[in-house]
Design a protein around this ligand. Structure first.
Ligand SMILES: C[S@@+](CC[C@H](N)C(=O)[O-])C[C@H]1O[C@@H](n2cnc3c(N)ncnc32)[C@H](O)[C@@H]1O
Length: 261
């Protein structure tokens, strides 16, 4: 566990959150503010996040780089005893191309740690002031994307996932909104609420609520082609419901029945 600043010779893969510079964990901020070098994709991570970096830190924008260019640069810095933060938007475990990076670090024997971040779907739920798991209505969240240039395993096709009618968080799909809508309509009712969330936490954030059968039209009208998260969920129109957890009629380990109030 990391409790102090960035250690020399280590790469910290840090989740930057969706956009707001202060939606990063304390640990992530501490590492950012002590690292010798920070690698970040300027197209995904807002410049404002770099305010946490040391004034003399080496800042490397990787938006036009390849892994083949990034890795030797990192290895040279590690060799020189520097500490590195590799910033990824949202949480690094989701659509961040971190798998191949970690494999290369492992192979090179470079120490690395991961610091989680807030993913776009969590930021969307917070902005919309909704719980995505409403008792009696929906208890499952699916995080997925459509197949663009990155193919999808057949068993994870959107139409198959739609059959669950879960709270579905659709990443990386704005360019394919029309086909996504068609596939989702195979199982969700046409009036299922959708929140179309563009650049959450950035100064030009836009959130449009629509029905599922309007999802593609809104995407087209709003000219959204990137950094858009779709939240498709009956929870967006939920009527008030009670969970058992705080219900006085329900007892549990920490609130036995005689103390229930
Ligand atoms: C390369 S993926 C990175 C996902 C990121 N690791 C996460 O956990 O949110 C980029 C996609 O994530 C979603 N996304 C990331 N940040 C977003 C934001 N601030 N607002 C809306 N969608 C966002 C969009 O679907 C975008 O196309």
């Amino acid at each position: 566990m990391t409790t102090g600043g960035a250690k020399s010779g280590t790469v910290y893969i840090v989740g930057a959150g969706p956009g707001d510079p202060d939606l990063i964990t304390l640990r992530g901020q501490r590492l950012l503010s002590t690292a010798d070098a920070v690698f970040y994709a300027g197209s995904l991570v807002p410049e404002g996040m770099l305010r946490w970096c040391r004034a003399d830190a080496l800042l490397v924008d990787t938006r036009t780089s390849t892994l083949e260019a990034i890795l030797p640069h990192m290895f040279a810095l590690i060799e020189a005893g520097k500490s590195i933060v590799r910033l990824h938007s949202g949480d690094p475990c989701l659509y961040g191309a971190t798998h191949e990076q970690m494999a290369a670090l492992l192979e090179a024997g470079v120490e690395f740690e991961i610091v989680p971040g807030i993913s776009a779907f969590q930021a969307a739920a917070a902005s919309l002031k909704v719980e995505l798991t409403v008792p009696g209505l929906v208890q499952t969240i699916i995080l997925t994307r459509t197949s663009g240039r990155t193919g999808m395993p057949e068993s994870e096709e959107l139409a198959a996932l739609a059959a669950h009618r879960a709270s579905l968080c659709l990443y990386l799909s704005a360019r394919h909104a029309r086909e996504c809508e068609a596939k989702l309509l195979a199982h969700y009712p046409p009036d299922t609420p959708v929140a179309i969330c563009y650049r959450l936490g950035w100064p030009d954030e836009r959130i449009v609520r629509a029905r599922l059968d309007q999802m593609a039209a809104v995407t087209r009208d709003e000219k959204l082609i990137r950094t858009t998260l779709y939240l498709i969920s009956p929870a967006l129109a939920a009527t008030p419901a009670r969970s058992r957890l705080y219900n006085p009629t329900h007892s549990h380990l920490f609130r036995p029945s005689q103390t229930a109030t």
